[in-house]
Design a protein. Structure first.
Length: 134
């Protein structure tokens, strides 16, 4: 088991990684605000989906996400990387379930604001997942 900061922060440093996450959140808020403004101005029916930790076939092994990293490392016999202190939990959602959730969201009767889409069940921490592989 290898401990690491976020996969993209190893080259740039933890501080820059935090800055990147902050910029990502700001960009998301701006996109959502623009969508709401467009709806209010034009009366167009919209939905805002926030998609979390989706996995499935044809994932890019080098995309830097937890699932693809774990799978690639496990298949190659390398130690599994644990980000941060390993206590973080995540919810993972299979791609066909995410597609179903998006279809249901699009068919919902009224706009109610941003909707988080993912698996409501939290999976074990990265540390316990990596330890169970031994």
């Amino acid at each position: 088991m290898i401990r690491s900061s976020h996969p993209r922060s190893s080259l740039t440093g933890e501080r820059k990684s935090q800055r990147g996450a902050q910029l990502l959140r700001r960009g998301q808020a701006r996109r959502e605000s623009l969508a709401v403004s467009y709806r209010e101005q034009s009366g167009v029916d919209i939905r805002i989906a926030r998609i979390f930790n989706t996995y499935g076939p044809k994932m890019d092994v080098d995309d830097g996400r937890v699932v693809s990293n774990f799978i690639a490392q496990a298949l190659s016999g390398k130690p599994l990387t644990v980000y941060g202190d390993g206590s973080q939990t995540r919810s993972f959602c299979y791609v066909s379930d995410m597609v179903e959730a998006l279809v249901r969201l699009m068919g919902s009767p009224a706009y109610t604001g941003p909707t988080n889409l993912g698996n409501p069940r939290r999976d074990p921490s990265s540390r316990s997942r990596a330890s169970s592989r031994r």
